[in-house]
Design a protein. Structure first.
Length: 115
């Protein structure tokens, strides 16, 4: 059974940094796109960043220049380096994988930016 396990969330002060990681396991093959989405309280889940299997990246405008998405194809992992965090980045962050067998979601990890 495919599992996505996220780690790295937490509480950070404005201007600080966090690194989120997500590892896919359970026999997942032919991963096309890996990404991160966020969901703030009372809001819909929305795209943060994507990376495809040749390293092409896409970012939502609000995180450009602050967040960096990377992936390790050999280990089936994706990471999100988040710098210059602001309170508006507070949300639950979900890892997403699109593979030949379908799409998968992680359980989410809380990121709170507050002084």
């Amino acid at each position: 059974q495919v599992q996505l396990v996220e780690s790295g969330g937490g509480l950070v002060q404005p201007g600080g940094s966090l690194r989120l990681s997500c590892a896919a396991s359970g026999g997942i093959f032919s991963i096309y796109v890996m990404g991160w989405y966020s969901q703030a309280p009372g809001k819909q889940r929305e795209l943060v960043a994507l990376i495809n299997n040749v390293g092409r990246t896409t970012y939502t405008d609000s995180v450009k220049g602050r967040f960096t998405i990377t992936r390790d194809n050999a280990k089936n992992t994706v990471s999100l380096e988040m710098n210059s965090l602001i309170p508006e980045d507070t949300a639950v962050y979900f890892c997403n994988v699109m593979a030949a067998a379908g799409g998968y979601w992680g359980q989410g990890t809380q990121v709170t930016v507050s002084s």
